[in-house]
Design a protein around this ligand. Structure first.
Ligand code: HEM
Length: 339
């Protein structure tokens, strides 16, 4: 094809994509174009979690880190290139982000079935929904609205600006969530995701010297011991997933609460009230009246949290691309298409 003809084709594709970007999301979006796509995603998520349950937490974090930055557009999945060496995933705030290989695996399976049809952005939401559902034994559940486009812009500086840091105060957390139109209640609801997964010691450094009114001293001793074990080890976000020997040595009264499998439930709120949470941002929720009230509410009512967490994930999944941003259906989730 001649260069000018190629440019015309490129323009048509890009305009079509931009127009498609303004379409409403819908549950039936792939009903005709890719029937069964949700089963394909679910199959791969279930298989992965069976082999490694930790992938589940990674997927649940991914929806947040994708959607809070330039909307849910899979911009977090783009690998750095010589032309764009600082994509979102290279940002320090994205430390520990994972499950990229699993998303690749799902995308490859979906492409085989319906080439060029299903966006990586939709796959991120389907996969996070399925992971949350599996980790909660079906208590967290919702229909995914689909029809997103994949973004073509990914900047580490956007991630640093838009994502909350674990050192944030309650005012900073509230402001950060308000910028995306999320309330204090939703901040508390979504923070409950820290019932699962892990964090690096560098993300909780301040907790090792926090005073007793902020962290149970025995738990602080447990974290200090684990964090002394290497340059930047990881620890479970939920004390209930801690290794029994460490708990026996520091907070033996907690031994009966340990669980064999990571589980997405309201235990985060019980831990929080007992000052046994990993991040400063978690503890900060107790320092403001409304937020503290919601922590108590969700500690008391796990069923309510399951429902409200599901609703908040749906709201998160609706965060749009910036106005006039270009979108496309990527062939491969790690790179933009070449026109
Ligand atoms: C409220 C502000 C939040 C802050 C400051 C925050 C901060 C963090 C940090 C620092 C980590 C550990 C990263 C590391 O060191 O490897 C982490 C892990 C995690 N976060 Fe958050 N987070 C917040 C909200 C959320 C939300 C809204 C979700 C999802 C709905 C979420 C889900 C997770 C999950 C599941 C993990 C564990 C990931 C894994 O094990 O792979 N977080 N978060």
């Amino acid at each position: 094809m001649k260069a000018t003809a190629m440019m015309v084709v490129a323009l048509v594709v890009m305009v079509a994509a931009a127009v498609a970007g303004s379409k409403e999301l819908s549950v039936d979006y792939y009903k005709k174009s890719c029937p069964g796509v949700e089963n394909v995603v679910k199959y791969h998520v279930a298989k992965a979690l069976k082999a490694n349950r930790k992938d589940g937490a990674a997927l649940v974090r991914l929806i947040f880190h994708d959607c809070f930055v330039r909307g849910c557009d899979a911009s977090v999945l783009l690998d750095p290139t010589p032309a764009n060496p600082h994509t979102e995933k290279t940002a320090p705030i994205n430390i520990g982000l994972a499950a990229f290989e699993l998303i690749d695996e799902i995308k490859a399976a979906v492409e085989e079935r319906c080439p060029g049809t299903v966006s990586c952005a939709d796959i991120v939401i389907y996969a996070a929904r399925d992971a949350a559902s599996l980790l909660s034994n079906g208590h967290v559940h919702f229909d995914v609205l689909a029809g997103r486009l994949d973004g073509v812009v990914s900047r580490a500086s956007d991630a640093q600006r838009d994502l909350p840091d674990s050192t944030f105060t309650i005012s900073e957390l509230i402001r950060n969530f308000r910028r995306k139109n999320f309330t204090i209640e939703e901040l508390v609801i979504l923070s409950g995701a820290h019932a699962i997964g892990v964090g690096h010691c560098s993300s909780l450094r301040a907790r090792l010297t926090a005073p007793p009114e902020q962290i149970l001293p025995a738990y602080r001793a447990l974290l200090a011991g684990k964090c002394a074990a290497g340059p930047d080890p990881i620890v479970p976000n939920n004390v209930r997933d801690e290794d029994p020997a460490a708990v026996a040595a520091t907070i033996p009264s907690f031994l009966p609460k340990l669980r064999k499998l990571e589980f997405l439930d309201n235990s985060y709120y019980h831990n929080n009230l007992a000052r046994i949470v990993t991040f400063n941002s978690d503890w900060q929720l107790l320092t403001e009246k409304e937020a503290r009230g919601h922590v108590r509410e969700y500690a008391e009512n796990g069923t309510l949290w399951d429902e409200d967490f599901s609703d908040s994930l749906v709201k998160l999944s609706k965060l749009p691309l910036p106005p006039k941003a270009k979108g496309e259906i990527r062939h491969h989730c790690r790179r933009v298409n070449a026109y």
